[in-house]
Design a protein. Structure first.
Length: 367
C-alpha cells in the first residue's frame, strides 16, 4: 500500500475515534433533552429540560450510526483481507465478544439499580444491551462476514461498476429510504433487545455491506473531499426540514404508522438523502484535513474504543449527581460530558493502555 493509502486509513481511523467520542456528547444530552426515554434504557432525566438538547441529540444521531457501520464494514474487510476467514473470526471474537461479555452485565445491573432509585414503580425489566447494541450487532455481522466473506469476493467487480457509475446516488437513496420506511419515526432506530429486529438488522447490514465492498475501492476515496463542506452544509439544512416531520410521527403515531402516511414517506426520503450527504461529506472532510497521525490523534484513536464501552457509567453517575444542582442546563451538560470524558480517559490510561490485554479494548499492541 502506498503512503497515501496509509494516510487514508489514518483518516478513517481518526473519524471512527471521533464518532466514538461523540457517544459521550450524545448520551450526555439525554438527561437534559425533552424527549422521554424509557427508564429501562436510561434511568434518569433532569427535572428541567430543553429542546436544544433534543436538537443536538438528533443532529448527531442523523449520521453517527450509519457512518459507524460503513466504517465498521470497511475495517472488517481490511482485517479479513489480512488474516483470512479464520483469523478474522478469531479477531472479531476477541475484539467484540470479550468486551460485550465484560461490560454488559455490570452496565445492565448499574442502569437497573439507578432506574429503581428514580422510577421505583417501574417493573418491565428484562436483559437489554443498552448502548452496547452496536457491538452486539457487529458481532452478528462479523460471524456472517467470516462465514460468507470468501463468497462475497465475486461481487467486488459488479459493485465497483455500480459505485463508479451514474446510478450510485439514486440507488443509495432509494434503498436507504425503503429500509427507513420500516423504522420508528423514519429514523435510524437503535435495537437494545438480545433478539435483533429483522428490519433493523437489514437496515444497518446495508451500511456495513457498503463499507465491506468499499475497501477494495479505497484508492477512489481521494475524490470524496470534493464538495465535502457543501455536502455537510446541505445535510444540516435537511436535518431542520426532517426533524419536524419525524417529531410529528413520534407524537401522533408513537410507532411506524399503519396504514402508511405521506409524512412518513417524505421523512424517509429526506432522511436517506441527508444520511448519504453526511456520510460522503464528513468522510471527505476527514480525508482532507485529518490524514496525519500525530501523537494526540494516535492516543485518542487508541483510547476511543474503551471510552465508547465505559463512558455510560460516568455519564449516568455525573448526571444523577447534578440532580439537585441549581446550575443552568448548559453547565450541567458540559460538566456531564467533560467529566465523563476525563474519567473514561483516566481509566484507560491507568488500567488499559499498558495492560497486556489492553489491545482487546483498542490500546496499541505491545511490540
Amino acid at each position: 500500500m502506498t503512503s497515501q493509502g496509509i494516510d487514508r486509513i489514518y483518516s478513517l481511523d481518526n473519524l471512527r475515534a471521533v464518532l466514538m467520542f461523540l457517544g459521550i456528547v450524545l448520551h450526555s444530552a439525554v438527561p437534559y433533552a425533552q424527549f422521554n426515554t424509557p427508564p429501562q434504557f436510561w434511568p434518569y432525566q433532569d427535572a428541567t429540560r430543553s429542546q436544544i438538547f433534543d436538537l443536538l441529540y438528533f443532529y448527531i444521531h442523523a449520521f453517527r450510526m450509519p457512518l459507524f457501520f460503513v466504517l465498521a464494514g470497511f475495517f472488517a474487510r481490511m482485517v479479513f483481507t489480512r488474516h483470512g476467514a479464520a483469523g478474522f473470526l478469531r479477531h472479531r471474537a476477541l475484539r467484540l465478544g470479550i468486551p460485550l461479555a465484560v461490560f454488559l452485565p455490570p452496565l445492565y445491573f448499574y442502569v437497573r439499580q439507578e432506574t429503581l432509585r428514580h422510577h421505583p414503580d417501574f417493573t418491565e425489566y428484562h436483559l437489554v444491551t443498552l448502548h452496547l447494541w452496536f457491538i452486539h450487532y457487529l458481532l452478528g455481522y462479523s460471524i456472517l462476514a467470516g462465514l460468507l466473506g470468501q463468497a462475497t469476493l465475486r461481487w467486488d467487480a459488479p459493485f465497483a461498476r455500480f459505485w463508479q457509475g451514474p446510478w450510485r446516488w439514486p440507488v443509495l437513496v432509494v434503498v436507504t429510504a425503503a429500509l427507513l420506511f420500516t423504522q420508528f419515526g423514519a429514523g435510524f432506530d437503535p435495537d437494545f433487545e438480545l433478539a435483533p429486529k429483522p428490519s433493523i438488522v437489514l437496515c444497518y447490514a446495508f451500511f456495513y455491506g457498503i463499507g465491506w465492498f468499499l475497501y477494495p475501492l479505497r484508492d477512489t476515496l481521494t475524490t470524496w473531499h470534493r464538495f465535502a463542506g457543501w455536502q455537510v452544509a446541505g445535510a444540516t439544512l435537511l436535518v431542520f426540514a426532517y426533524l419536524p416531520l419525524a417529531a410529528q410521527l413520534y407524537e401522533v403515531f408513537g410507532k411506524v404508522p399503519d396504514p402508511p402516511q405521506p409524512t412518513h414517506a417524505i421523512a424517509t426520503v429526506l432522511a436517506a438523502v441527508m444520511t448519504w450527504l453526511f456520510i460522503f461529506g464528513i468522510t471527505g472532510l476527514f480525508l482532507r484535513f485529518a490524514s496525519s497521525r500525530s501523537p494526540v490523534l494516535s492516543y485518542l484513536a487508541g483510547s476511543a474504543y474503551w471510552v465508547y464501552l465505559f463512558h455510560c457509567f460516568p455519564v449516568v453517575a455525573i448526571a444523577v449527581g447534578l440532580k439537585a444542582s441549581p446550575w443552568p442546563l448548559a453547565a450541567k451538560f458540559v460538566v456531564t460530558a467533560a467529566g465523563s470524558a476525563v474519567v473514561s480517559l483516566l481509566t484507560y490510561e491507568l488500567a488499559v493502555r499498558r495492560a497486556p490485554w489492553g489491545w482487546i479494548f483498542g490500546a496499541p499492541r505491545k511490540a
